[in-house]
Design a protein around this ligand. Structure first.
Ligand code: ADP
Ligand code: TPW
Length: 582
C-alpha cells in the first residue's frame, strides 16, 4: 500500500495517510494491471513517476493516440483492460480516437485522463486545458466515469475494469480531476476502500434451446461455412474452436484478425476460395464476427444476391456475446448468445461424437478453387520484377513469418494491408493485428510497441508509407525501450500509389503524392536504431532476418513500384463517384 509522509493527527498521534496518486496506483496493481501506456504532463506527471516507482511499467509515447492504440491492443491480446493515461483537454482528445476505435473493435481499454478544476470547468471560466471531458467521452465509450473523492477511487477503478471487459468488451473513460490526486485520506481506510474485482468477465452460458436450434440448422446444411472473427480470437478458446471446426469438417473463413486462430494452411481454411464460399454457402455460422461492411452486411452480390441489396438466401447462426447483434443486417435464424468459450463448448456437446462431414461435392468444389487460386498466386509470387512490387516483397514477409510463427504481424495501409492479409499466412492465434473494423490508419507503431511489450516476441510491422506517417514518430519510442520491432515501410511514394499528377500543371504535387524516393530508414537512425534501404527481395529478406536475429529496433525502407497499388486497395468501390458530366 503506497502511503505519503505521515501527518500529525488531531489526537496528537501519528496518522498514516495516503493520497489520490497512491490509491489509483494501488487499485490498478491490486487488479493485476502491470503496464500503463501514456504521455506525462499536468496533472499526471507525478503520477507517472510514482507508478514507475511502485513497479508498474510506464511506457511513454510521443502522441497520446499511439499510447491509446497500444492500450487497446494490449487489451485485445491479454483480456485485461489496457490502460492509457493522458493529460487534460488536448491530451485527452488525442487519446479519444483510440478509445473510440477500441469501442468499435470490442477491445477492452481504459482511458484515464487528468482533468481541470471542476468548479471552473463547469462555470466555463477558462481553466488551464479546460474541457468537460466526461461529456465528450460518453458517446464514444462503452462507459464513462468520474471520481471526485479519494475514497471512491477503488469503486471507480473497479467499475471501469468491469465495464471494459465484461460482456462485449470496449473502451471506458475514467476522468480523474487534478484535485483528486492530491486529496489525502487515512491510509488504512484507503486500503479498505480498494476493490479487487472478482470475476471481471463472467462466463455467459448460452441457453440450451438456442444451442439446439443452431445444431439443428447446421445439421440441415448442404453447404455449411464457419466464419471466425476477431471476437473468436479475443476469446482465447482456441482449442474448443479448433475442435468444433475439425469435428464438423466444415470449411471456415477467418476474418483478418482471426487469421492463425487455426493455421491459415489448414485444409479446411477456405480463404483462397472466399469469393466461391460466400455466395455458395447455405448455412453460415458466425463466431465472433459481425455482419458489417467487412462481410458486405450479409447480403448483395458477395453473398450471391441479385443486386447489392438482395439477400443471398443463406441462413445464419451467430455466436456472439451481444444479444443485440443478431438481425443487425439480415435475419439471424439461430442466435447463440454467450461467451465464445461457453458457446463453442455447448455446440461441441450438441454435435456429439458422430457428426457427418459436409457433402463431398461442396468440399471438393472448394478444394478445387483453392488449388487453382493458390497455384495462380504462387506464379505471381515467384516473379521478381524491378522495382519490387507488393507481391515480390510480401513473398519475403510470408517466408519470414512462416519461419518465425511466434512473431506478431502488425499491418496497415491500403494495398499494403490487403495484399499482406491475403498473401502472408498466419500460423498461430492473435498474431495478426491490424486496422480492424474502421480500417483506421495510425495504429501501426502503437500496436507494435504494445505487441512487443506484452508478448516479448519479435514484431514485424508492415506499413504503407502513408499509414506509417500517422504514428512514425514513435520509432523513437521503439529505440528508447529497445523493442524487437522490425518496421517495413512499403514505400510507393504516396497514398495508394505515387503516380498521380496535378491536373493544373501547378507547382503542388497531387494530393496523394509524397516526396519521391523518401528515405524512411534515416528516421530511425536518428535515434540509434537500424535503418536499411531495400530495393530487392534479397535485400529485404536479409534485413528482416537480421532484425529478427538481433532483436534491434529496425526500419526497412522497402522501395515498391509507385505504380503498383490501386486506389483504396480492395475497397475502391466504396469511393463515391462524381455525378458531374464530363
Ligand atoms: P471481425 O471484424 O473479425 O469480423 P467483429 O469485430 O466484427 O469481428 O466482431 C467481433 C464480435 O465478437 C462482436 O460482435 C463482439 O460482440 C463479439 N465478441 C467479442 N468478444 C467475445 C467473447 N468473449 N465472446 C463472445 N463474443 C465476443
Ligand atoms: C485515420 C484513409 C485509407 S488507406 C490510407 C489512407 C490515408 C493510406 C494508403 O496509403 P499507404 O498504403 O499507407 O501508403 P498503400 O500500400 O496503399 O500505398 N485517415 C484515417 N484512416 C483512414 N483509413 C484514412 C485516413 C486511408
Amino acid at each position: 500500500m503506497g502511503t505519503v509522509e505521515p501527518q500529525v493527527a488531531q489526537s496528537g498521534g501519528v496518522q498514516e495517510v495516503t493520497d489520490g496518486f497512491h490509491l489509483v496506483i494501488d487499485a490498478l496493481k491490486l487488479n493485476g494491471i502491470d503496464t500503463i501506456f501514456g504521455l506525462p504532463g499536468i496533472p499526471i506527471t507525478d503520477f507517472t513517476r510514482m507508478a514507475q516507482a511502485a513497479g508498474l511499467r510506464v511506457i511513454s509515447f510521443r502522441h497520446e493516440q499511439n499510447a491509446g492504440n497500444a492500450a487497446a491492443i494490449a487489451g485485445f491480446m491479454t483480456q485485461k483492460p489496457g490502460i492509457c493515461l493522458t493529460v487534460s483537454a488536448p491530451g485527452f482528445l488525442n487519446g479519444l480516437t483510440a478509445l473510440a476505435n477500441a469501442t468499435t473493435n470490442c477491445f477492452p481499454m481504459i482511458l484515464i485522463s487528468g482533468s481541470s478544476e471542476r468548479e471552473i470547468v463547469d462555470l466555463q471560466q477558462g481553466d488551464y486545458e479546460e474541457m468537460d471531458q466526461l461529456a465528450v467521452a460518453r458517446p464514444l465509450a462503452k462507459a464513462a466515469f468520474r471520481v471526485l473523492h479519494a475514497g471512491d477511487i477503488g469503486v471507480g477503478i473497479a467499475r471501469a475494469i468491469r465495464a471494459a471487459v465484461s460482456g462485449r468488451p470496449g473502451g471506458v473513460y475514467l476522468d480523474l480531476p487534478a484535485k483528486l490526486f492530491a486529496q489525502t485520506m487515512d491510509a488504512a481506510a484507503g486500503k479498505t476502500s480498494l476493490i479487487k474485482v472478482v470475476d471481471a468477465a463472467p462466463r455467459q452460458i448460452p441457453a440450451q434451446d438456442a444451442v439446439k436450434r443452431a445444431v439443428d440448422l447446421l445439421k440441415s446444411a448442404k453447404k455449411p461455412l464457419i466464419v471466425l472473427g476477431k471476437g473468436a480470437a479475443y476469446a482465447q478458446a482456441d482449442n474448443e474452436i479448433r475442435s468444433l471446426v475439425e469435428k464438423t469438417g466444415i470449411p471456415y473463413l477467418p476474418m483478418s484478425m482471426a487469421k492463425g486462430l487455426l493455421p491459415d494452411t489448414h485444409e479446411q481454411c477456405a480463404s483462397a476460395a472466399r469469393s466461391f464460399v460466400l455466395p455458395g454457402a447455405d448455412v453460415v455460422m458466425l463466431i465472433g464476427a459481425r455482419l458489417n461492411w467487412l462481410l458486405s452486411h450479409g447480403k448483395g452480390k458477395t453473398w450471391g444476391g441479385k443486386d447489392h441489396k438482395s439477400w443471398g438466401g443463406q441462413k445464419f447462426i451467430q455466436v456472439d456475446i451481444s444479444p443485440q447483434e443478431a438481425d443487425s443486417n439480415v435475419r439471424i435464424d439461430a442466435p447463440v448468445v454467450g461467451d465464445i468459450g461457453s458457446c463453442v463448448s455447448a455446440l461441441l456437446a450438441g454435435i456429439g461424437a458422430s457428426w457427418p462431414k459436409p457433402p463431398a461435392e461442396w468440399l471438393s468444389a472448394i478444394a478445387e478453387r483453392k488449388k487453382n487460386n493458390i497455384a495462380k498466386m504462387a506464379e505471381t509470387l515467384a516473379k521478381n520484377p524491378s522495382p519490387m512490387n507488393f507481391h515480390s516483397a510480401l513473398n519475403v514477409v510470408r517466408d519470414i513469418i512462416k519461419a518465425n510463427p511466434d512473431a506478431i504481424l502488425v499491418n496497415e495501409g491500403a494495398n499494403a494491408l490487403d495484399f499482406t492479409r491475403s498473401i502472408v499466412d498466419m500460423h498461430k492465434p492473435r498474431k495478426r493485428l491490424d486496422v480492424g473494423t474502421w480500417g483506421i490508419m495510425g495504429i501501426g507503431m502503437g500496436f507494435a510497441v504494445a505487441a512487443a511489450v506484452v508478448s516479448r516476441q519479435p514484431v514485424i510491422a508492415i506499413e504503407g508509407d502513408s499509414a506509417f506517417g500517422f504514428s512514425g514518430m514513435e520509432v523513437e519510442t521503439l529505440c528508447r525501450y529497445n523493442l524487437p520491432v522490425c518496421v517495413v515501410v512499403f514505400n510507393n511514394n504516396g497514398v495508394y500509389r505515387g503516380t498521380d499528377v496535378n491536373p493544373t500543371g501547378g507547382p503542388d504535387v497531387a494530393p496523394t503524392v509524397f516526396v519521391k524516393g523518401a528515405r524512411y530508414d534515416k528516421l530511425i537512425e536518428a535515434f540509434g536504431g537500424v535503418g536499411v534501404h531495400a530495393t530487392t527481395p534479397d535485400e529485404l529478406r536479409k534485413a528482416m532476418e537480421e532484425a529478427i536475429r538481433s532483436r534491434k529496433p529496425t526500419l526497412i525502407n522497402a522501395v515498391i513500384d509507385e505504380a503498383a497499388g490501386t486506389e483504396s486497395g480492395r475497397i475502391t468501390s466504396l469511393n463515391p463517384k462524381s455525378g458531374e458530366k464530363k
